[in-house]
Design a protein around this ligand. Structure first.
Ligand SMILES: [Zn+2]
Ligand SMILES: [Zn+2]
Length: 138
């Protein structure tokens, strides 16, 4: 995993600083993580790391598209390592985020929405909101 993180940084011509590696490892491990979660994991490895440092690093990694922000309505944004376009199911109660892939037929129907406009649809990402399994049980 560490090697993979170093490779990703190399791809973006970034030095594998301990902060970056720690932050990306935390996000990689969780799939989607908010600043507090990243900070909590980072702090376990580097007790001196500050929330401001985590925030600064995450912001700059978003700016170069290495990280992608998943904006959540009632919760702090989560971040994920950028990969091919995909959709999310999002729990409105706990803010959990899970990746899903849309079938080609769903994508086809969705792209019909822009038919008749002077617009070329390339990627389709959906957020589906609801209640996750563990929130449903509690
Ligand atoms: Zn939930
Ligand atoms: Zn995702």
């Amino acid at each position: 995993m560490q090697k993979q993180i170093v490779d990703i940084l190399k791809e973006y011509n970034l030095k594998a600083t301990p902060q970056r590696v720690t932050i990306l490892s935390a996000i990689h491990k969780r799939g989607h993580a908010n600043i507090d979660e990243i900070y909590k994991d980072a702090k376990e490895k580097h007790s001196t790391i500050s929330l401001a440092t985590v925030y600064k690093n995450v912001t700059s990694l978003v700016a170069i598209d290495l990280l992608k922000e998943v904006a959540l309505n009632n919760f702090k944004s989560k971040y994920e390592i950028n990969k091919k376009p995909h959709s999310h199911i999002i729990c409105k109660k706990c803010g959990s985020v899970e990746d899903i892939e849309l079938s080609e037929s769903i994508k086809k129907s969705a792209s019909k929405v822009v038919q008749g406009r002077d617009f070329l649809a390339e990627d389709i990402e959906l957020n589906i909101y609801g209640v996750c399994q563990s929130c449903k049980l509690s």
